[in-house]
Design a protein around this ligand. Structure first.
Ligand SMILES: [Mn+2]
Length: 216
Protein backbone atom coordinates (compact mmCIF):
# COMPACT_ATOMS: atom_id res chain seq x y z
CA UNK A 1 0.00 0.00 0.00
CA UNK A 2 1.32 3.40 -0.93
CA UNK A 3 0.24 6.40 1.14
CA UNK A 4 0.14 9.67 -0.80
CA UNK A 5 0.28 13.06 0.89
CA UNK A 6 -0.69 16.56 -0.20
CA UNK A 7 -0.51 19.82 1.76
CA UNK A 8 -3.37 21.50 -0.10
CA UNK A 9 -6.75 20.39 -1.42
CA UNK A 10 -9.45 19.94 -0.42
CA UNK A 11 -8.51 22.88 1.80
CA UNK A 12 -5.44 24.92 2.56
CA UNK A 13 -4.02 24.52 6.09
CA UNK A 14 -5.93 21.35 6.76
CA UNK A 15 -5.90 18.13 4.85
CA UNK A 16 -5.95 14.59 6.20
CA UNK A 17 -2.41 13.69 5.13
CA UNK A 18 -0.67 17.01 4.72
CA UNK A 19 2.98 16.00 4.45
CA UNK A 20 5.46 13.18 4.10
CA UNK A 21 5.86 12.85 7.87
CA UNK A 22 2.18 12.03 8.31
CA UNK A 23 2.31 9.62 5.37
CA UNK A 24 5.38 8.00 6.94
CA UNK A 25 3.68 7.51 10.32
CA UNK A 26 0.51 6.14 8.74
CA UNK A 27 2.56 3.77 6.58
CA UNK A 28 4.50 2.48 9.57
CA UNK A 29 1.24 1.95 11.45
CA UNK A 30 -0.34 0.16 8.50
CA UNK A 31 2.32 -2.54 8.38
CA UNK A 32 5.46 -3.70 6.58
CA UNK A 33 3.93 -3.54 3.12
CA UNK A 34 2.97 0.14 3.36
CA UNK A 35 5.27 2.91 2.14
CA UNK A 36 5.10 6.56 1.19
CA UNK A 37 4.07 7.69 -2.27
CA UNK A 38 5.57 10.97 -3.42
CA UNK A 39 3.59 12.96 -5.98
CA UNK A 40 6.05 15.65 -7.11
CA UNK A 41 3.20 18.17 -7.54
CA UNK A 42 2.10 17.76 -3.92
CA UNK A 43 4.50 20.19 -2.30
CA UNK A 44 4.67 23.86 -1.50
CA UNK A 45 6.46 26.00 -4.07
CA UNK A 46 10.25 25.81 -3.68
CA UNK A 47 10.10 22.91 -1.23
CA UNK A 48 13.25 20.79 -1.21
CA UNK A 49 11.72 17.65 -2.70
CA UNK A 50 15.00 15.83 -3.23
CA UNK A 51 15.78 16.16 0.46
CA UNK A 52 12.50 14.41 1.27
CA UNK A 53 13.47 11.70 -1.23
CA UNK A 54 16.81 11.25 0.54
CA UNK A 55 15.12 11.02 3.95
CA UNK A 56 12.52 8.50 2.81
CA UNK A 57 15.18 6.39 1.09
CA UNK A 58 17.33 6.33 4.22
CA UNK A 59 14.27 5.25 6.23
CA UNK A 60 13.51 2.61 3.54
CA UNK A 61 10.05 4.13 3.31
CA UNK A 62 9.94 5.50 -0.24
CA UNK A 63 7.43 3.32 -2.04
CA UNK A 64 6.83 5.16 -5.27
CA UNK A 65 6.46 8.32 -7.29
CA UNK A 66 3.72 10.09 -9.13
CA UNK A 67 5.70 12.18 -11.56
CA UNK A 68 4.51 15.45 -13.08
CA UNK A 69 5.70 19.05 -13.24
CA UNK A 70 4.15 22.28 -12.05
CA UNK A 71 4.39 26.04 -11.85
CA UNK A 72 1.96 26.89 -9.09
CA UNK A 73 0.19 24.00 -7.44
CA UNK A 74 -0.72 20.51 -8.57
CA UNK A 75 -0.66 21.42 -12.26
CA UNK A 76 0.04 17.84 -13.45
CA UNK A 77 2.18 19.09 -16.35
CA UNK A 78 4.59 16.94 -18.33
CA UNK A 79 7.52 15.71 -16.24
CA UNK A 80 10.57 17.93 -16.69
CA UNK A 81 8.72 20.43 -18.87
CA UNK A 82 9.21 23.27 -16.35
CA UNK A 83 12.09 22.23 -14.14
CA UNK A 84 14.10 19.27 -15.46
CA UNK A 85 16.89 19.98 -12.95
CA UNK A 86 14.46 19.15 -10.13
CA UNK A 87 13.81 15.68 -11.55
CA UNK A 88 17.53 15.24 -12.15
CA UNK A 89 18.22 15.98 -8.48
CA UNK A 90 15.56 13.48 -7.41
CA UNK A 91 17.07 10.77 -9.65
CA UNK A 92 20.51 11.68 -8.37
CA UNK A 93 19.42 11.00 -4.77
CA UNK A 94 18.20 7.56 -5.85
CA UNK A 95 21.50 6.75 -7.62
CA UNK A 96 23.44 8.13 -4.66
CA UNK A 97 21.45 6.00 -2.20
CA UNK A 98 22.10 2.88 -4.29
CA UNK A 99 25.82 3.65 -4.49
CA UNK A 100 26.10 4.37 -0.75
CA UNK A 101 24.18 1.30 0.43
CA UNK A 102 24.93 -1.16 -2.38
CA UNK A 103 21.22 -1.98 -2.49
CA UNK A 104 18.66 -1.34 -5.15
CA UNK A 105 15.92 1.16 -4.28
CA UNK A 106 12.61 -0.67 -4.70
CA UNK A 107 10.50 2.15 -6.10
CA UNK A 108 7.28 2.11 -8.14
CA UNK A 109 7.70 4.76 -10.85
CA UNK A 110 4.38 6.15 -12.00
CA UNK A 111 3.17 9.12 -14.00
CA UNK A 112 0.30 11.26 -12.69
CA UNK A 113 -0.28 13.95 -15.28
CA UNK A 114 -3.34 15.56 -16.79
CA UNK A 115 -3.21 16.91 -20.30
CA UNK A 116 -6.03 19.10 -21.52
CA UNK A 117 -4.52 20.34 -24.76
CA UNK A 118 -1.64 17.97 -25.53
CA UNK A 119 -2.30 14.64 -27.12
CA UNK A 120 -2.15 12.13 -24.27
CA UNK A 121 -0.05 9.52 -26.08
CA UNK A 122 2.45 12.11 -27.32
CA UNK A 123 2.64 13.59 -23.82
CA UNK A 124 3.41 10.14 -22.43
CA UNK A 125 6.14 9.57 -25.04
CA UNK A 126 7.61 12.96 -24.08
CA UNK A 127 7.48 11.98 -20.42
CA UNK A 128 9.21 8.63 -20.84
CA UNK A 129 11.85 10.14 -23.13
CA UNK A 130 12.53 12.91 -20.61
CA UNK A 131 12.67 10.42 -17.72
CA UNK A 132 15.22 8.31 -19.60
CA UNK A 133 17.39 11.35 -20.29
CA UNK A 134 17.29 12.70 -16.74
CA UNK A 135 17.86 9.27 -15.20
CA UNK A 136 20.90 8.77 -17.47
CA UNK A 137 22.26 12.24 -16.69
CA UNK A 138 21.90 11.58 -12.95
CA UNK A 139 23.81 8.32 -13.42
CA UNK A 140 26.74 10.35 -14.76
CA UNK A 141 27.35 12.16 -11.47
CA UNK A 142 30.76 11.13 -10.15
CA UNK A 143 29.46 9.97 -6.78
CA UNK A 144 32.89 9.15 -5.35
CA UNK A 145 34.14 12.66 -6.07
CA UNK A 146 30.85 14.08 -4.78
CA UNK A 147 31.11 12.22 -1.47
CA UNK A 148 34.69 13.49 -1.07
CA UNK A 149 33.62 17.06 -1.89
CA UNK A 150 30.81 16.83 0.67
CA UNK A 151 33.26 15.51 3.26
CA UNK A 152 35.63 18.42 2.59
CA UNK A 153 32.79 20.94 2.49
CA UNK A 154 33.90 21.82 -1.05
CA UNK A 155 30.58 23.25 -2.16
CA UNK A 156 31.79 24.57 -5.51
CA UNK A 157 33.17 21.18 -6.52
CA UNK A 158 30.00 19.37 -5.35
CA UNK A 159 27.79 21.78 -7.25
CA UNK A 160 29.93 21.43 -10.40
CA UNK A 161 29.73 17.65 -10.30
CA UNK A 162 25.94 17.86 -10.49
CA UNK A 163 25.94 20.60 -13.12
CA UNK A 164 28.49 18.85 -15.35
CA UNK A 165 26.41 15.68 -15.37
CA UNK A 166 23.23 17.64 -16.05
CA UNK A 167 24.86 19.50 -18.95
CA UNK A 168 25.97 16.30 -20.67
CA UNK A 169 24.02 15.46 -23.80
CA UNK A 170 22.95 11.85 -23.25
CA UNK A 171 20.59 11.70 -26.24
CA UNK A 172 23.01 10.01 -28.68
CA UNK A 173 23.80 7.28 -26.12
CA UNK A 174 20.09 6.67 -25.49
CA UNK A 175 19.41 6.57 -29.23
CA UNK A 176 22.16 3.95 -29.62
CA UNK A 177 20.67 1.99 -26.73
CA UNK A 178 17.27 2.04 -28.45
CA UNK A 179 18.82 0.83 -31.70
CA UNK A 180 20.54 -2.01 -29.83
CA UNK A 181 17.11 -3.13 -28.60
CA UNK A 182 15.56 -2.89 -32.07
CA UNK A 183 13.57 0.19 -31.02
CA UNK A 184 13.08 3.39 -33.05
CA UNK A 185 15.80 5.96 -32.35
CA UNK A 186 13.17 8.71 -32.16
CA UNK A 187 10.01 7.40 -30.46
CA UNK A 188 7.95 10.54 -31.15
CA UNK A 189 8.79 10.51 -34.85
CA UNK A 190 8.03 6.79 -35.03
CA UNK A 191 4.66 7.34 -33.36
CA UNK A 192 3.76 10.19 -35.71
CA UNK A 193 4.81 8.16 -38.76
CA UNK A 194 2.87 5.11 -37.59
CA UNK A 195 -0.55 6.68 -38.21
CA UNK A 196 -1.77 4.97 -35.02
CA UNK A 197 -3.43 8.07 -33.62
CA UNK A 198 -5.33 8.82 -36.83
CA UNK A 199 -6.47 5.21 -37.05
CA UNK A 200 -7.81 4.91 -33.50
CA UNK A 201 -9.33 8.40 -33.70
CA UNK A 202 -11.38 7.24 -36.69
CA UNK A 203 -12.19 3.86 -35.17
CA UNK A 204 -13.37 5.36 -31.90
CA UNK A 205 -15.11 8.43 -33.30
CA UNK A 206 -18.30 6.57 -34.17
CA UNK A 207 -18.34 4.75 -30.85
CA UNK A 208 -17.85 7.94 -28.87
CA UNK A 209 -20.31 10.24 -30.60
CA UNK A 210 -22.66 10.17 -27.63
CA UNK A 211 -20.04 10.48 -24.91
CA UNK A 212 -19.31 13.81 -23.32
CA UNK A 213 -16.20 13.91 -21.20
CA UNK A 214 -14.54 16.71 -19.34
CA UNK A 215 -11.86 17.17 -16.76
CA UNK A 216 -12.47 19.58 -13.90
MN1 LIG B 1 -0.91 11.60 -7.44
Amino acid sequence: MLVEYKPFEPAFYHTDIADWGMALLLSREAGPQAKVLMDTGHHYAAQNIEQIVAWLLSEEMLGGFHFNDRRYADDDLTMGSIDPYQVFRIFHEIHFFEWETGQRADIAYMVDQSHNLKGKIEAMIQTVTMAQQLFAKAALVDVKKLAAAQQNCDLVQAESLLQDAFATDVRPAIQDWRSSKGLPRDPMEAFRQSGYLERITKERAAKNTHNVSSYA
